[in-house]
Write a protein that binds this ligand. Structure first.
Ligand code: NAD
Length: 354
């Protein structure tokens, strides 16, 4: 079997390839990446050493995809993955749409002609910003928690946001390109009789992530703390109570294996995949963890809100557990320790990847 991973030099794509190579899985892995993410080029040598072929190509160019060898399965892990992409003054809105949506459309044509299966790595950011931003919350132990004593919108519980939660815009350009990619992927699957799985991933975190303030927050925070780089609690009155869960990509890999093994499995085609409530913490709690590990540092407060900020985003992956008997195995503590160990061994990483 041949698996094509798009964005193979990125954090998730690279980790999936490494995971399967280290496990000695009997598959050929080929990847495409245009190396547009700072730091991604650093993974090329390691991929080569693992026997994984990286083809330098761009999903925006149909001719680059036409030159790829046919695959049995495609895992789409290429994107501009920041919620501020296209509106932060650093990236162009047209480019975000081209990378994230036009890239998917080109990939779907490749999938159709190769008669391959597709696993699209989508995001929790397909859920509507307005209902997320207005969830009833209270504060406990320096973190926002859901206030279940007040009326909750449909599709959310203390376990997190489930697949029935509103996907009505605004979602951010990132979220909207991913949502549109989901729809087109499912449509191609139906129209051409191809297996398609859409995994809405929550925050993924682990060693070697290219962290910056808008994406890869766990890695960015820990690496910055270690190097005593200035950090800020942005928005929400500047207390750092905003909460996210985290999932290690090696835990995602085990689900993808099952999805490739059982293309006809009677499971929902769209599911959430996340660390969930047991793997969640606020920025202030992350600071507490960093303080214990690396010593004290002051975090500045920037109470002014940014666009698309949401205070509490935990993704409920009960459906993945129910249909695939899948649950994350790597604890949040292990994820944080792995990031911190890596940051200590690679103090130059933060500068390489911003
Ligand atoms: N990391 C997370 O927390 C997270 C959460 C939810 C969903 N996802 C999704 O998982 C996927 C992987 O995310 P990641 O964290 O590894 O991101 P990443 O930025 O680390 O990696 C993405 C890779 O894609 C490549 N790429 C981007 N545009 C491309 C194009 N047009 N052609 C070829 N290559 C291109 C980049 O060079 C980079 O190496 C993305 O689709 C993202 O939306 C990630």
């Amino acid at each position: 079997m041949r698996i094509l991973i798009t964005g193979i030099c990125g954090f998730v794509g690279f980790n999936l390839a490494r995971c399967w190579r280290e496990a000695g899985k009997d598959v050929e892995i080929v990847g495409i990446d245009n190396l547009c993410r700072p730091g991604s080029e650093s993974h090329r040598t390691e991929l080569k050493q693992m026997g994984v072929r990286h083809i330098h190509g761009d999903l925006r160019l149909a001719s680059d995809l036409a030159a790829l060898p046919p695959a049995d399965w495609v895992i789409d892990a290429a994107a501009q993955p920041s919620v501020l992409a296209g509106v932060d003054g650093q990236s162009d809105s047209r480019q975000v749409v081209e990378h994230n949506l036009v890239g998917t459309l080109n990939l779907l044509e490749y999938v159709r002609s190769a008669r391959a299966g597709l696993i699209l790595l989508s995001t929790s950011r397909v859920y509507g910003i307005e209902p997320l931003a207005s969830l009833p919350l209270k504060v406990h132990d320096d973190a926002f928690v859901l206030d279940a004593s007040r009326p909750l919108p449909s599709g959310v519980s203390a376990a997190g946001v489930d697949e029935t939660f509103s996907t009505r815009p605004p979602l951010s350009l990132y979220g909207a390109t991913k949502r549109a990619s989901e729809v087109m992927a499912l449509e191609y699957g139906q129209t051409f009789g191809l297996p398609v799985w859409v995994n809405r991933c929550g925050v993924m975190a682990g060693a070697g992530q290219f962290g910056h303030a808008q994406q890869g927050i766990f890695s960015y925070w820990i690496s910055s703390w270690l190097l005593r780089r200035p950090l800020r609690y942005i928005g929400f009155e500047g207390h750092g109570r905003q909460v996210r869960d985290a999932l290690h990509p090696r835990d995602l890999a085990s689900l993808l294996e099952m999805q490739m093994d059982k293309p006809d499995h009677d499971a929902p085609r769209v599911i959430n995949v996340s660390g969930g409530a047991d793997h969640a913490m606020s920025l202030a709690q992350l600071s507490r963890w960093c303080r214990q590990r690396f010593g004290d540092m002051t975090v500045a407060a920037s109470p002014q809100m940014r666009r698309f900020d949401v205070p509490w985003l935990i993704l409920d992956s009960t459906e993945a557990q129910r249909h695939w008997r899948w649950s994350p195995r790597t604890s949040l503590g292990d994820i944080l320790r792995e990031i911190a160990d890596f940051a200590q061994q690679h103090p130059q990483w933060l500068d390489m990847t911003v």
